[in-house]
Design a protein around this ligand. Structure first.
Ligand SMILES: NC(=O)c1ccc[n+]([C@@H]2O[C@H](COP(=O)([O-])OP(=O)(O)OC[C@H]3O[C@@H](n4cnc5c(N)ncnc54)[C@H](O)[C@@H]3O)[C@@H](O)[C@H]2O)c1
Length: 357
């Protein structure tokens, strides 16, 4: 299957490794900055052989006609690139967030339906081993009724991180700690709690990073349509020695807490059914991954290739990406307007909050 990648920055290694591991024929790499392409190619050239290099993604799509395209550019450009690829018949794996406005997410979804291609939003942590284990416990009904869940992302990002690229922390191209860093944890919370949110209240602020426009701190409470509740906390302000990402689920018959640097360690695994030994589970799921991005990209690619071959929806589709986006925009809206926001929200964009801090 012919594959091409747009965006050769920090996260591009994960896409190239996933493409290689899944036997894709990498035909082209694209970046506005030719040096970035060369830097990536110098790492993997011996494994991928000859590839064409482009600084214009449209030219690349028209000439190479890839069947699958990875989009790993700044978040503000995902929608424009995705819609062009989709309208030219390419299936796409779009980095998170799917887009920065609901209108753009809807454009992607409509274009995919009209052109009969697959769209995956790369919320790869759904494939993490501990996350899959938790999801199976939910699917097996081991929690009974689930009362509430909590997603807490407490990371450190210094000004040097934000200054790596001009798009970081801007309203037009990124958003802040909730949209960029916490989105994985927020997606997992929703996925575990039943996907659909009915209302949200929240507060956001920019506490520590004057070099960015968007929030570096956000807290929210969420009511799900099925009657459960969620608590969300996301920040890039904590001390660099105390970073953690947790996901906790509290039900009638069980409590699970995932933690560690990126929610991949089982810290509590307690069920009334006594089916497994907590200490054994904690031993088996007890290590942080080598890198916080984890290995999920490989599974995402494997799934999308299978979805294309078997004409089914990807495991993490565009609707999932839209739901995560809608929830985060709703938190922004609730915080900005000082009121509870009821979902669904039809129109909202990160740029609606320009000048907020
Ligand atoms: N899934 C994850 O765990 C994860 C991790 C990191 C980043 N991301 C997401 O991946 C995306 C990229 O993040 P990054 O840290 O790699 O950013 P980056 O700034 O390091 O890289 C982005 C690259 O895209 C290029 N680019 C921008 N517009 C382009 C265009 N029109 N055509 C071709 N190239 C273009 C830039 O020149 C740059 O090299 C963001 O949306 C981010 O949220 C996801």
């Amino acid at each position: 299957m012919k594959y091409a990648l747009v965006g050769c920055g920090r996260v591009s290694h994960n896409h190239i490794i996933a493409a290689i591991r899944n036997g894709l024929e990498i035909v082209a790499l694209c970046d506005l900055d030719a040096e970035k392409i060369d830097a990536e190619y110098s790492r993997y050239g011996d494994q991928i052989g000859d590839v064409a290099k482009y600084t214009d993604y449209k030219e690349m799509i028209l000439k190479e006609k890839p069947e699958l395209v990875g989009i790993a550019t700044d978040s503000g450009s995902h929608a424009e690139i995705a819609v062009f690829c989709i309208e030219h018949g390419c299936n796409v794996i779009i980095e998170k967030p799917i887009a920065l406005s609901l209108e753009d997410a809807d454009r992607i979804i409509s274009a995919a339906e009209a052109n009969n291609v697959k769209v995956c939003n790369n919320l790869q942590n759904r494939f993490n081993d501990a996350v899959q284990l938790l999801r199976k416990a939910i699917d097996d009904g081991r929690f009974g009724r689930i009362y509430y869940g909590a997603a807490q992302l407490r990371w450190y990002r210094g000004d040097d991180y934000y200054r790596q690229a001009p798009w970081r922390g801007t309203w037009a191209k990124d958003g802040g700690a909730l949209m960029n860093q916490s989105i994985h944890d927020i997606d997992l919370l929703c996925w575990m709690m039943g996907d659909y949110v009915s209302e949200v209240a929240g507060m956001t602020d920019r506490l520590a990073h004057e070099c960015i426009e968007a929030e570096d701190f956000g807290i929210a409470v969420v009511r799900f349509k099925n009657g459960g509740y969620g608590v969300i906390e996301g920040t890039t302000d904590v001390n660099r020695n105390s970073e953690e990402e947790t996901l906790s689920i509290f039900g009638e018959h069980g409590t699970v807490k995932l933690g560690g640097i990126s929610g991949q360690i089982v810290e509590q695994w307690r069920f009334d059914d006594g089916l497994d030994d907590e200490e054994d589970i904690k031993k088996r799921y007890g290590a942080d991954p080598e890198h916080i991005y984890g290995l999920g990209h490989i599974s995402v690619y494997e799934d999308v290739i299978d979805a294309i071959k078997n004409d089914r929806q990807p495991y993490i589709d565009a609707y999932a990406g839209r739901r995560a986006l809608e929830l985060i925009l709703s938190i922004y809206k609730a915080a900005a307007e000082g009121r509870t926001v009821k979902l669904p929200v039809e129109k909202c964009s990160t740029t609606d909050f320009t000048g907020r801090f």
